[in-house]
Design a protein around this ligand. Structure first.
Ligand SMILES: [Fe+2]
Length: 127
């Protein structure tokens, strides 16, 4: 469940953030498993991130917001996650670090970027 302080009050974004946090919780069970993370689970996480970032991009474009810095933050994060997920094809020892990285990244990212996006969206719907 998404902490209250990380809600941006744009239902579509909050819903997807919640979904991501819940998905990450489900990943923790693999930390106790010695076998590598199944490929479909790794792909599902990556696709969930890509799809969520596309949602934010679509919303930003709809209100003509400059999204370049925000988009770069998404791309850098996807690069890091993708590299780590690829390593996990043979070994999931970094899994707990990855889960913590993504959780921490989202906390910082929501406060730095998504709240600004949400403010722009809120202003444009009240105009
Ligand atoms: Fe974002």
């Amino acid at each position: 469940m998404l902490p209250q302080a990380l809600r941006v009050n744009i239902p579509e974004i909050d819903h997807e953030h919640n979904e991501l946090f819940a998905f990450l919780e489900g990943f923790k069970e693999y930390c106790f498993d010695r076998s590598p993370m199944p490929e479909d689970r790794r792909n599902a996480l990556y696709e969930l991130l890509v799809s969520h970032f596309k949602t934010e991009e679509r919303l930003a474009i709809a209100v003509s917001m400059d999204f370049s810095g925000h988009e770069e933050a998404h791309e850098n994060m996807l690069d890091t996650v993708s590299q780590t997920l690829n390593q996990m094809a043979s070994n999931n020892s970094d899994l707990y670090s990855l889960i913590r990285y993504i959780g921490y990244w989202f906390e910082m990212h929501i406060l730095r970027y998504d709240l600004t996006l949400a403010k722009c969206l809120a202003i444009s719907t009240h105009q």
